[in-house]
Design a protein around this ligand. Structure first.
Ligand code: ADP
Ligand code: MG
Length: 293
């Protein structure tokens, strides 16, 4: 038989857009004081678009795009999807690529026409001793200030182009954050993305604390650090790279539209992928477990 409290919370959960996968997570939710959000695909739609291409001196932006898209062909990252879609929309064909490799939280590499190219963000740049010409240096700064991601096409240590890739904040995110804050819960952004992009989204949503540049295998360590401060922490995420942090958190919350790996790691799934439903978890938890005692 299904215990009554389980049946009730399951029904109420379903009515509130919540799929309760582990009841212990729901029970913990009433004690939360911190909610940590992944950024891409969670606070934002994860529907990225290429909005600008700045090629190095003497290089052609369309050729740079075709190379970058060829390198990204086998990647499922939203940034890869943006590059592939942009090439397709411009009717730019892709040269064949092979030996695809991905470095989590950094970027991807592949062999294109016998040359080895890499595509990735600031973490990839830091790994190599690259020099940006003045034009690309200025472009990088401007892209960051606009809250867009700067993604680089490299051959060895040479930067051939920088792409400005824009994401959009989910229309529901602002209300979701404000509601949690009004309940006395601190909201934090945890992301692999750069500090500039994280701060820009934070500014938009009224979130002061951001942990940027966190590599996938470090996300759960950040949750442990917060727990070591005595906090009760929920983690909200959508990606494969969020799964360990979802498991570590006191309450793991997965976006319904997220990857299977994330959904399976969550205690609670937001069926509608609406971040406003997180406050409902807390409310439901408080109501359910108050009645029990
Ligand atoms: P998030 O935590 O925001 O979901 P990820 O950990 O997936 O972000 O990625 C972090 C950063 O690594 C991205 O912002 C980007 O700079 C770089 N990156 C990761 N995968 C790719 C890729 N396929 N192509 C280009 N850049 C990538
Ligand atoms: Mg994500």
């Amino acid at each position: 038989a299904v215990p009554l409290v389980t049946a009730i919370s399951t029904t109420l959960g379903a009515r509130n857009g919540l799929l309760i996968r582990d009841r212990r997570g729901l029970e913990e939710a009433r004690n939360l004081d911190t909610v940590v959000f992944d950024k891409t695909g969670t606070l934002t739609l994860g529907a990225h678009r290429v909005v600008e291409i700045v090629a190095a001196q003497g290089k052609d932006p369309d050729v740079a795009l075709s190379l970058a898209a060829a390198v990204e062909r086998d990647s499922e990252h939203p940034i890869a999807q943006a590059l592939l879609k942009s090439a397709e929309e411009k009717g730019i064909g892709l040269p064949p690529s092979s030996e695809f490799q991905s470095a989590a939280g950094k970027g991807v590499e592949a062999l294109v026409e016998g040359r080895r190219f890499a595509v990735g963000g600031p973490a990839l740049l830091r790994e190599r001793t690259v020099t940006l010409d003045q034009n690309m240096e200025n472009a990088s700064r401007r892209i960051g200030e606009n809250g867009q991601a700067a993604i680089y096409l490299l051959e060895g240590d040479v930067v051939l182009a920088v792409f400005a890739i824009a994401d959009q904040v989910r229309p529901e995110s602002r209300a979701a954050v404000a509601k949690l804050q009004s309940m006395g819960i601190e909201v934090i952004i945890l992301t692999g993305d750069s500090e500039a992009v994280a701060r820009s989204v934070g500014r938009d949503l009224g979130i002061e604390t951001v942990f940027p540049g966190v590599l996938p295998d470090q996300k759960s360590d950040k949750i442990k650090e917060l727990q070591a401060q005595g906090r009760r922490v929920a983690m909200v995420g959508d990606g494969v790279n969020d799964a360990p942090a979802l498991v570590t958190a006191d309450v793991g919350v997965a976006m319904g539209a997220g990857t299977d790996v994330a959904v399976e790691a969550g205690d609670v799934v937001l069926v509608r992928s609406d971040p406003r439903d997180i406050a409902r978890i807390v409310t439901l938890s408080r109501a359910t477990y108050r009645k029990m005692i």
